[in-house]
Each structure stands twice: as structure tokens, then as C-alpha cells.
Design a binder for this molecule. Structure first.
Ligand SMILES: NC(=O)c1ccc[n+]([C@@H]2O[C@H](COP(=O)([O-])OP(=O)(O)OC[C@H]3O[C@@H](n4cnc5c(N)ncnc54)[C@H](O)[C@@H]3O)[C@@H](O)[C@H]2O)c1
Length: 320
């Protein structure tokens, strides 16, 4: 039996797949970009290539998703659905396109799971469902998304939970947030990440007129992957929604200083006062720790900075 991971060549998907493979699972890796596996996959994922069934396709194409489940009928233990678009700017430009991906893409995978009698389903949601609220934010808080992206993730959650109720599937939603770390070079990330981490990759001189006072719940991708895989393994879970983050709020200006301290240099990035994005922090991770045994190894971002820097120094990933 195998675990089907959608979005398996993305930042989070690669480490979820790698963790499953390290734990002895077989993985069916589905991603629109799968033909580009050799360039996009990390060495850590490639090391398990023999146990990965690679499948290329688009989750918004219901026929393709159904054919995937048909091909592996009887061999899929469960699904971790990650394929999606993260972030807000793209949504504002092309709302219909991205709502189709985040909502109907999720429906297509749910439908194929239902009709092929695959009962376990883990959905990757976002702290964006809490909108602009200040933390700590609990899963029991009423969601208040402040943009289309957050609304699309909340819609996905509701659909996943209602499929569970209606068809007897074991479904769980993991709310992840501001994921950083190996598998992406800082320059290829959203501005917030570039300001925080670019000096780790030798890029300095960046500036922005705000952001230093932004509180963020940055989460190392290894912790994100750990929490997602734990939620999958715990199915059926006691609760059905879990915050999977570091659980710690840190000022973006302090992250810039931590990076400089680590490198032994002056800060390579200049940020003005105030916030830069309409998000709060932290997410409360008490439930995930108590019910899933979630145990983030990089809750202190200084540990995550050290690990990420070591990985960047030892890897050519993303340079070509
Ligand atoms: N990265 C974060 O900080 C963050 C924060 C909150 C929530 N999330 C959620 O986590 C998920 C993944 O985030 P990520 O950072 O790994 O993103 P990513 O962009 O690195 O990965 C997404 C993957 O999905 C694939 N994909 C996109 N559209 C597809 C389609 N139509 N069909 C098949 N595959 C498709 C892409 O090729 C890519 O490999 C998203 O659901 C996002 O909403 C991420």
C-alpha cells in the first residue's frame, strides 16, 4: 500500500514525501511539474527514487485525477493533498483560476478518493483562515479569513470535513504557516522570506519601508512535514483540525538580527517599522502536541536558521 501525495514536488510536498519514504512507506507522487523531477527534486527525495511512483497531472482535471486512482486501485492507503497555490498576490490577479485550483482541485481529489474507497484524507490548510487576528490563535476560534486565499483554504477544510461526515472517510486538516527551510533558496520565495533569509545565501542590500515589527510564526519545513505526517498517521484523529507551526511569534526585525548574529555580520537587510503583511502570530499548537505528539524541533528559529544555512551551503539545489 502507498500514500498518494499531491503537490509532491513543492516545498512542503517534497519533505512530506521524504519523511514518509524514510519511515518505510511507498509514495505515489503526483504533481503537475513531475516531468521536471530531476531538476526540482531535492537530493534527499531522489535518494528514495526507487520507492516513488511518479505521476504527472493537474488536480483541476477531474478525469486525470480519477484515472490516477484507477491506475492504483486497491493500492492507495490514503491521500495527503498538498497541491495548491500558496499566498495572496496571485489570487488577486487571477481569482477564478486559483479558486478552481484550491477548491475544485480539492473536490476532484476527494471525489476520486470517495469513488475508489480510499478512506484516509489529510488536507493542507493555512493559518490564513485566521485572517489578520493577533495570536495565539486556536483551532476552536471562529475562522475569519481576510482574503480570497484564506477563504479558499477554509472552503477546502469545510469540503474535506463534510466529505468525511457524509461518506465515512477519515479526514483531517492541518493549518500550516510561513514555512521556510531546505528545498527552496530564499531568493525564490515571497518577499517576507527574502528579507528574513537571503543573507544566508549571500544576498544582502535588500530593504523595505516596513516589516520590522511584523510578528510571524515561521515554521521550519521539517517540522511542517513532521506534523502533517503525524496527522495522517493518527487518522482517525481525536479532533479534525490542527495548527502545525512552530507555535512561537517572532519579530521579523529580530529574525534579520538572528541571521546576522549567526553569520557574524551586520544585518544584510533593512526594514522600516510596522507590519508588512496582514497576518498575525502565533498559532497555538497545544492540540497538535497533545493529540498527535507533534514535537517541533525548530521552535527556536535560531536553530532553524543554523540548519537552513548548513543545507544551503552544502547544496546546489535551485542554482541552475
Ligand atoms: N509555504 C507556506 O508557507 C504555506 C503556508 C500556509 C499554507 N500553505 C499551503 O501548503 C501547500 C503547499 O505549499 P508549498 O509551499 O509547498 O507550495 P509549492 O508551490 O512549493 O508547492 C505546490 C506544488 O503543487 C503543485 N501544483 C500546483 N498546482 C497544481 C495542479 N493544478 N495540479 C497538480 N499539481 C499542482 C506545484 O507544481 C508544486 O509542486 C498549499 O496548499 C498552501 O496553500 C503553505
Amino acid at each position: 500500500m502507498a500514500v498518494l501525495v499531491t503537490g509532491a514536488l513543492g516545498h512542503i510536498g517534497m519533505w512530506v514525501a521524504t519523511k514518509l519514504l524514510e519511515e518505510g512507506e511507498e509514495v505515489i507522487a503526483f504533481d503537475r511539474d513531475m516531468p521536471d523531477f530531476d531538476r526540482l527534486a531535492t537530493d534527499e527525495l531522489k535518494a528514495h527514487a526507487a520507492k516513488i511512483s511518479r505521476e504527472a497531472g493537474d488536480v483541476t482535471d477531474a478525469g486525470t485525477v480519477d484515472a490516477l486512482f484507477e491506475k492504483y486501485a486497491g493500492r492507495i492507503d490514503g491521500v495527503i493533498h498538498i497541491a495548491s497555490i500558496a499566498g495572496v498576490p496571485a489570487f488577486t490577479q487571477r481569482p477564478r483560476h486559483f479558486l478552481e485550483l484550491n477548491i475544485m482541485g480539492t473536490v476532484n481529489v476527494l471525489e476520486a478518493a470517495r469513488t475508489h474507497d480510499v478512506k484516509k484524507f489529510t488536507f493542507i490548510s493555512s493559518g490564513a483562515v485566521y485572517g489578520t487576528r493577533e495570536g495565539p490563535m486556536k483551532e476552536s476560534d471562529c475562522p475569519t479569513p481576510s482574503d480570497l486565499y484564506g477563504a479558499s483554504k477554509l472552503a477546502g477544510e469545510e469540503l474535506v470535513l463534510k466529505y468525511g461526515d457524509t461518506y465515512g472517510m477519515q479526514t483531517v486538516c492541518t493549518r500550516v504557516y510561513f514555512v521556510y527551510g531546505p528545498g527552496r533558496r530564499p531568493e525564490g520565495m515571497f518577499p517576507i522570506y527574502r528579507w528574513a533569509f537571503c543573507p544566508l545565501d549571500g544576498v544582502t542590500g535588500l530593504s523595505n519601508d516596513s516589516g520590522a515589527d511584523q510578528l510571524l510564526d515561521f515554521t521550519h519545513v521539517f517540522d511542517t512535514a513532521q506534523g502533517i505526517v503525524k496527522a495522517y498517521r493518527a487518522l482517525p484523529t481525536e479532533s479534525r483540525i490542527y495548527n502545525i507551526t512552530s507555535g512561537v511569534a517572532v519579530r521579523l526585525g529580530d529574525v534579520v538580527d538572528f541571521v546576522a548574529d549567526h553569520l557574524g555580520t551586520k544585518p544584510g537587510v533593512t526594514l522600516g517599522p510596522g507590519k508588512a503583511v496582514p497576518r498575525g502570530a502565533p498559532l497555538d499548537t497545544t492540540r497538535a502536541k497533545a493529540e498527535l505528539g507533534f514535537d517541533p524541533a525548530f521552535a527556536d528559529i535560531r536553530d532553524g536558521i543554523r540548519q537552513y544555512h548548513a543545507w544551503l551551503q552544502g547544496s546546489d539545489y535551485g542554482k541552475t
